[in-house]
Design a protein around this ligand. Structure first.
Ligand code: GRF
Length: 194
């Protein structure tokens, strides 16, 4: 598996992937030059790349450039680990079934545009839900709608704040994402290409 991890922020999921011991990361790509994720990758000798869609002449030019960067490194799998930009449709199409995203709720609940970060956990608590969790799903052209590969539940405590719930979900994410990537790796390695 040649894996690109896309991350925009803190990168604790990237760190969990780097630390799990059996998953190699080929390149870490960010839209944000200041992302801590880039420093985490760099510290482990993983190549980093900043691609900010806003600096390209158009979405199509950006998409072509991104595709080229992935293909030139023979990337065959993509993990979105806290990546805050939509993946262009042409890249989704080129990597269909090979792009995974992690989301901090039990999708399809509390997903979609605007449902990211602390907003998710606030909405979960406001709904009165008794449990939450994390989901790894395949990426399609919409936000958080692709087929679900793995989910793990976490309890909600009566005194939870959005922040305390976020922490509990995040710690589950750190084992869930490597598990999902191993499943995808297994299917890639055991599928005969036609
Ligand atoms: C995680 O909660 C993930 O589910 C969401 O963004 C957050 C990223 O956290 N997509 P980190 O940057 O990996 O610490």
């Amino acid at each position: 598996m040649r894996l690109a991890v896309f991350a925009s922020g803190g990168g604790s999921n990237l760190q969990a992937i780097l630390d799990c011991g059996d998953i190699n990361v080929t390149v870490c790509i960010s839209n944000n030059a200041n992302a801590k994720a880039l420093a985490r990758a760099h510290a482990r000798g993983v190549e980093t790349l900043v691609l900010n869609p806003g600096t390209f002449a158009s979405e199509d030019v950006y998409a072509a450039h991104l595709l080229c960067e992935l293909q030139s490194r023979r990337v065959n799998t993509v993990a979105l680990a806290g990546y805050m930009r939509k993946i262009p449709a042409s890249v989704v199409a080129a990597f269909r079934g090979r792009i995974l995203n992690i989301h901090p709720s039990l999708l399809p609940a509390f997903g979609g545009k605007g449902m990211y970060g602390i907003h998710v956990h606030r909405a979960v608590l406001e709904s009165g839900a008794r449990q939450s969790g994390a989901t790894v799903h395949f990426v399609d052209e919409e936000y958080d709608t692709g087929p679900i590969l793995l989910q793990e539940k976490v309890p909600i405590h009566p005194d939870d704040t959005p922040e305390s719930l976020a922490q509990r979900v995040l710690s589950v994410e750190h084992t869930l994402f490597p598990r999902a990537l191993r499943l995808l790796r297994y299917t890639i390695e055991t599928t005969i290409q036609s």
